[in-house]
Write a protein that binds this ligand. Structure first.
Ligand code: PLP
Length: 419
C-alpha cells in the first residue's frame, strides 16, 4: 500500500513536473484537453485490475458484474449523445478504432480514399507505412490549391476515377466543416461505404455546434480525448446492421481485454458531454478559435508574412501559414514554447519544407476553454501569439512570459490536486 512517491520517486517526480507544466503554460495543441477530476478518478481506479474479454453479458471471464454496468452505461450514453444505432466503446485509441473499422468494412487489398496526410488527413487514413497504407490500396483526395478547402466536386471526380471501397471523411488538421451529405451521395454513386473519423470535432458535434456525420455515415469513429475532453481512447458508432461486424472486428479481431478503467472514464465523459456546461465550453472553444484567426489575419501579422489558412475557422483550431514568414514551423513552435505557449508545427498543404520542419502551426483552443477561458482571455492569447510571430527571433520573451503567467495564474488548473 505504499505511495507512488515511496515506491518510485523518479516517476512521482515526472507526474509532479508534468502537473506543474500543465498549470504554468498555455496548452494550445489542438488535439489535447484537460479531463475533469471525475475522469481522472475513474481512470486511476481498481477497474484497471479487471479482465473482461467479450461484451457486457457475454464475457469470457467471471466477476464482470460491475464492469458490465460501466460498459453498458458507456454504450448507452454514447448512442444517446450522438444519436447512433450502435456504439462500441472498447477501442484503446483512435488508431485502433480506425484499424477495426477497416477490418470490419473491407478486406486486405481493397481500396480506401481519404484526405491526404500532407493536406490534413490522419496516418490511419492511408499513410504509406501505417497499417492502412500497407494493408489496403490507397487513393487520396487533396484540398483545392487556391482555397485550401475540400472541394466536393474534386472528391467526386477522384472517387469516380478511383472507385474506392471506402471513402473516409475526417481530418487531423483542417479548419472547416465537411459536407457529409455530399460525401454520402458520392459514396452511394460509386458504391463505397462512408466512414467518418470525427476524432477532432466530436465534442463540437456532441454540443450541436458542428454538423453531425452520424446520420450520413455507415460508420463513425472517434477519439474521446480531443474536443470531447475525456480519457485517451477511442470508440466507434455505426448503423445497427454493421454492429456485429464492428464488435467482432474490435474483439477478437483487434484487441484482447478491454481497458475497463478507461471505459468507465468514457462513460463519465459522455455523461458530462450531454450537459449544458459542456455545450457552453464548446461554444467558448469555437469562439476562441475565431478570435485567434481574426487576430492572426490583422495587417501587422500579414506584414510579417504570416496568414491563416482558408482565412478563418469553423472549428476549434487555426492553421497558420508561415510560407512567407521569416520563421519556419519549427522555429515558430520553439518561439511560442519559449513564451509559455504549447502548439505544434504542422505542414501546410503543398508545403515546400520537409515534415520535420514544416511551414505551419496548428493552434487549438479546447484545453484553454476547459480551463475557463472566454473571449477576453482568448483575445489576450491571440495578441501574445501575434506579437511573438510578428517579432520573430527578436521577440521580448520575458514580457510575453509575464502575460502568459498572468493568464495561467488567473485560471488555476486542477486546484488542490496533488500528484
Ligand atoms: N483520427 C484522427 C482524425 C486523429 O487526429 C487522431 C489523432 O491524432 C487519431 C485518429 C488517432 O488517435 P490516437 O492517437 O488515439 O490513436
Amino acid at each position: 500500500n505504499q505511495a507512488l512517491a515511496d515506491v518510485d520517486p523518479e516517476i512521482a517526480a515526472v507526474l509532479e513536473g508534468e502537473l506543474d507544466r500543465q498549470r504554468d503554460t498555455l496548452e494550445m495543441i489542438a488535439s489535447e484537453n484537460f479531463v475533469p477530476r471525475a475522469v481522472l478518478q475513474a481512470q486511476g481506479s481498481v477497474l484497471t485490475n479487471k479482465y473482461a474479454e467479450g461484451y457486457p453479458g457475454k464475457r469470457y471471464y467471471g466477476g464482470c458484474e460491475q464492469v458490465d454496468i460501466a460498459e453498458t452505461l458507456a454504450i448507452a450514453r454514447a448512442k444517446e449523445l450522438f444519436g447512433a444505432e450502435h456504439a462500441n466503446v472498447q477501442p484503446h485509441s483512435g488508431a485502433t478504432a480506425n484499424a477495426a473499422v477497416l477490418h470490419a468494412l473491407i478486406n486486405a487489398g481493397d481500396k480506401i480514399m481519404g484526405l491526404s496526410l500532407a493536406h490534413g488527413g490522419h496516418l490511419t487514413h492511408g499513410m504509406k507505412i501505417n497499417f492502412s497504407g500497407k494493408l489496403y490500396e490507397v487513393a487520396a483526395y487533396e484540398v483545392d490549391p487556391e482555397t485550401f478547402r475540400v472541394d466536393m466536386d474534386r472528391v467526386r471526380e477522384k472517387a469516380l476515377a478511383e472507385r474506392p471501397d471506402v471513402i473516409i471523411g475526417g481530418w487531423s488538421a483542417y479548419p472547416r466543416h465537411l459536407d457529409f451529405e455530399a460525401f454520402r451521395s458520392i459514396a452511394d454513386e460509386v458504391g463505397a461505404k462512408l466512414w467518418v473519423d470525427m476524432a477532432h470535432f466530436a465534442g463540437l458535434v456532441a454540443a450541436g455546434l458542428h454538423p453531425s456525420p452520424v446520420p450520413h455515415s455507415d460508420v463513425v469513429s472517434s477519439t474521446v480525448h480531443k474536443t470531447l475532453g475525456g480519457p485517451r481512447s477511442g470508440f466507434i458508432l455505426s448503423r445497427e446492421e454493421l454492429a456485429k461486424k464492428i464488435d467482432s472486428a474490435v474483439f477478437p479481431g483487434q484487441q484482447g481485454g478491454p481497458l475497463m478503467h478507461v471505459i468507465a472514464a468514457k462513460a463519465v465523459s459522455f455523461k458530462i458531454a450531454a450537459g449544458e456546461e459542456f455545450r457552453a465550453r464548446q461554444q467558448r472553444t469555437v469562439d476562441g478559435a475565431r478570435i485567434i484567426a481574426d487576430r492572426l489575419s490583422a495587417p501587422d501579422v500579414a506584414g510579417a508574412g504570416v496568414s491563416v489558412l482558408t482565412g478563418g475557422t469553423d472549428v476549434h483550431l487555426v492553421l497558420v501559414d508561415l510560407r512567407a514568414s521569416a520563421l519556419d514551423g519549427q522555429q515558430a513552435e520553439d518561439l511560442l514554447h519559449d513564451a509559455g505557449i504549447t502548439v505544434n508545427r504542422n505542414a501546410v498543404p503543398f508545403d515546400p519544407r520537409p515534415p520535420r520542419v514544416t511551414s505551419g502551426l496548428r493552434i487549438g483552443t479546447p484545453a484553454l476553454a476547459t480551463r475557463g477561458f472566454g473571449d477576453a482571455e482568448f483575445t489576450e492569447v491571440a495578441d501574445i501569439i501575434a506579437t511573438a510571430l510578428v517579432a520573430g527571433q527578436g521577440a521580448d520573451l520575458e514580457q510575453l512570459r509575464g502575460r502568459v503567467a498572468k493568464l495561467a495564474g488567473d485560471f488555476p488548473l486542477y486546484p488542490g490536486l496533488q500528484q
